[in-house]
Design a protein around this ligand. Structure first.
Ligand SMILES: [Zn+2]
Length: 411
């Protein structure tokens, strides 16, 4: 079995050419022009490889290599091709095109799978358009109902129903959920999006669990006024309260004592936002993630308590609204084992690790045994135009993925 490295790298370059950004920046907003052109191209690649292609109502694409025993549950692999504004060409795409190349390599090596092997392209892994990540895999696993059609809107007010219809995806969202037992296993190849593999000089990371984010929106209502006119003891400065809450987020996340707990305030808006005006209102979003759901939820509660204390002490209003709280996923020992065997068969060292970023596999884990394999990316950089994995590293990922799919597809 031989991975065609040049073909895989050329495919990644072709996909990168479908972009709404100027190179080297990549941007592919789901259902927008570059995303649509990418889908057309990818479908043609899959058809050329003899795969049977279908799409569901939300635009998830399935390209199936029919096995000798097509009645058995299939083996899935894949990832996403949408890209946040001004990002790179490897996030998600390595899993889609690496999966396609793994299938082509197995075909050309004369391998005949028992179970069917299916390549997936998930719709909108990135939350850019609808404010909610993993749209496609959430629906496949039953995590969203058909009311999402009207409820999910982009910044221009277009609904999911309008946007998917315009992109050519018809039918009820109720039909998207996959039946139980559809996949016997699902494996996702992805760049690490962290620095550990590169630092340790390892070509592979085998994921044992996927951390899940929870997000809170915190709204602080204080009192505005003139930056000179209102005396300091009389103030209800919303941003001073926000500052205390931000530090509480950091402190509570560190206090668990686990390196797997992360707390981030990545978004904060101050009103009215003038140098000579006391902040009257602050809106901020808090992201807490962990591989241990109970520990994560404990941190969420502690942050809410901290908010209440700050509100009482500073005599202002703090409202905490949960935005989402997904459950972390544990990878399947059987899939992990297949990945380990594939790495060892290819003489490749690896480390078992936690995925601190979330992926479509987080949601696929609700309906199938999942595994993930990481390859290094330079400097751990992702979601930036200088995101980079070397051709050799990508080839290695595709090779291990191919060996793993081959193992899992035999009954
Ligand atoms: Zn990704």
């Amino acid at each position: 079995m031989q991975i065609n490295r040049d073909r895989l790298v050329a495919d990644l370059e072709t996909l990168a050419s479908f972009s709404d950004d100027t190179p080297p920046g990549i941007s592919r907003l789901v259902f927008a022009d570059a995303d649509q052109r990418s889908r057309v191209w990818l479908k043609a690649q899959c058809s050329d490889a003899g795969l049977a292609v279908r799409e569901d109502a939300v635009g998830n694409m399935f390209a199936r290599w029919v096995g000798a025993r097509p009645q058995l549950a299939a083996i899935g692999t894949g990832s996403h091709i949408d890209a946040i504004p001004h990002s790179g060409k490897f996030d998600g795409t390595v899993g889609v095109l690496g999966g396609l190349e793994a299938i082509r390599a197995l075909q050309q090596g004369g391998f005949q799978p028992q179970r069917s092997i299916e390549l997936l392209l998930f719709t909108s892994e990135e939350p850019t358009r609808f404010g909610l990540g993993c749209l496609g895999s959430r629906m496949l696993s039953g995590g969203l109902t058909s009311d999402a059609d009207a409820r999910l809107k982009d910044a221009e007010g277009n609904t999911l129903a309008q946007l998917r219809a315009a992109a050519g995806f018809q039918g009820s969202l109720d039909q998207v959920r996959l039946p139980d037992g559809y996949y016997a296993a699902f494996v996702e190849l992805h760049i690490e999006q962290g620095p550990l593999l590169e630092k340790e000089g390892l070509p592979l990371g085998i994921v044992t669990s996927i951390a899940a984010p929870a997000a809170l929106r915190i709204s602080i209502e204080g009192e505005g006024g003139h930056a000179g006119g209102v005396l300091m003891p009389d103030r209800k400065d919303a941003f001073c309260a926000a500052a205390e809450i931000v530090l509480a987020v950091e402190e509570r996340a560190l206090a668990t004592g686990s390196i797997d707990t992360c707390g981030t305030v990545g978004k904060c808006q101050i009103y009215p936002g003038a140098v000579n005006s006391i902040p009257s209102r602050v809106e901020m979003d808090v992201d807490i993630r962990d591989t241990d759901e109970q520990r994560r939820n404990r941190v969420l509660r502690e942050i809410e308590q901290a908010c209440a204390q700050v509100a009482a002490r500073r005599k202002l209003q703090v409202r905490v609204t949960p935005i989402n709280a997904d459950a972390p996923a544990t990878c399947s020992p059987r899939v992990i084992n297949a990945l380990v065997e594939a790495a060892e068969e290819n003489g490749l060292p690896y480390k078992k690790m936690v995925s601190r970023a979330y992926h479509d596999s987080l949601f696929m884990a609700r309906i199938a045994p999942v595994g993930m394999v990481f390859i290094p990316c330079r400097g751990g950089v992702s979601h930036r135009p200088d995101e980079y994995s070397a051709p050799q590293e990508i080839e290695t990922g595709a090779r291990v993925l191919a060996s793993t799919l081959a193992r899992l597809s035999q009954v």
